[in-house]
Design a protein around this ligand. Sequence first.
Ligand code: MG
Length: 442
Amino acid sequence: MCPQLGLSGAIASSAIVGHASNGISSRRGKFPCAQGRALRSRVVTFAAPKGVLCDLDGVIYASGTSVAIPGAADTVRYFRERLAVPWLFVTNTSTKSREGLAARLRDMGVPCRAEDIVSPAKLAADWLRAHKAEPAALFVGPDLAPEFEGIQQLPPDAQSGAAAVVIGDMGLDWNYASLNRAFRLVMDGELRCEEAEAQRCGKCASAATATAAASVASTASASASSTTAVGATATATAGAAAGSSSLPPAVRRGRGRRGASAPPLTLISLGKGRYYKDTDGYSIDVGPFTAALEYATDQKALVLGKPDPLIFKLSAHSLGLQPEEVVMIGDDVRGDVGGAQAAGLRGLLVRTGKFREHDLHVGVTPHAVLPSIAELPEWWHQQQREQEQGQQGQQVLVDSMMPMTLLPPAAAVGVGVGVVLPAGRGRQQGKGNAAALTTAGA
Ligand SMILES: [Mg+2]
């Protein structure tokens, strides 16, 4: 942040460049800084939210228990039954099916049906069916079996032949043998990919040879020496293509490397959380296992869970709303808040579950930090009142072109993620450096 010019000055000097039909307006500004370079900012003004996405573990119930957080059940009932606000639960939990989770919530007094829950397992099962990626090798807990009903699965001991490898939370069932089996399955897919690529290129080379030969044959006046030259070129091309054991990095790495043909294997991760809070302490989540496989195989996983923005966008779509019309509430500043903000939603952090004060300094600035979900109604109605008074919150988005050296370290990490404050208040929510970028709006 430029120390010589407050953001209020930047806002005052910026021009309104557009109003979206959904009540969101944005301004772009350009203002000098101490080093004489231009900083570019974009101020997005949100209307009051219309829908809610809500994490489960650490927000609705205490992590690893069946005890609801005080006020959670009343809050959910208030929003869903009294206000009729569109609401979905979005969880990375991959140890229980959605039906099992819904039953658990109902036991706590939280109204919920299986279809009210968006989970990575559900998305993965839909993806496998849609792409006919069978047989699939599932590295998930036994309680997730109902989600994958009807999908052909690889025998538990098979070390090759999978069309997809699905990585979830297996708790203590993760060990060297299980992780190494997943690795071998992915590598088997890699080898099949290379073979398929070599065969495809071999066919191309054969076709090229045939074309060249036909061309030569049709040219009756061609000299013997020129025929030899054409044949030699085709042979050299075929050799280079068929000998593709050294495929270029762009072909070997990442999704889509196999072109339009169906990939022999897809590595799917049910979220990419780093850790979660269990009854006996913090525990490794699925993310580190996925990262290990990505590192070992040079494959990039398809992440169908938090913090990938995809699950938030799909969930907002399921509510019938645009991302900016939806607020996500969670206890994971990166997985819930950062992921939601990256998808265009507002992200609220609660001080329950896995929350630590350290979370306010990791480069992600929540739109608000609430003591618990029990305070969500008050925050919600505050947003409604401010919209009625024409004082919508604002989010300051600093363009990535902004020289990173001008930002404090934490704010630099959070570039592109601002903070929403009600106009006219100048209140800071959270202690992240990005909060210092925000002040009362116009
Ligand atoms: Mg959580």
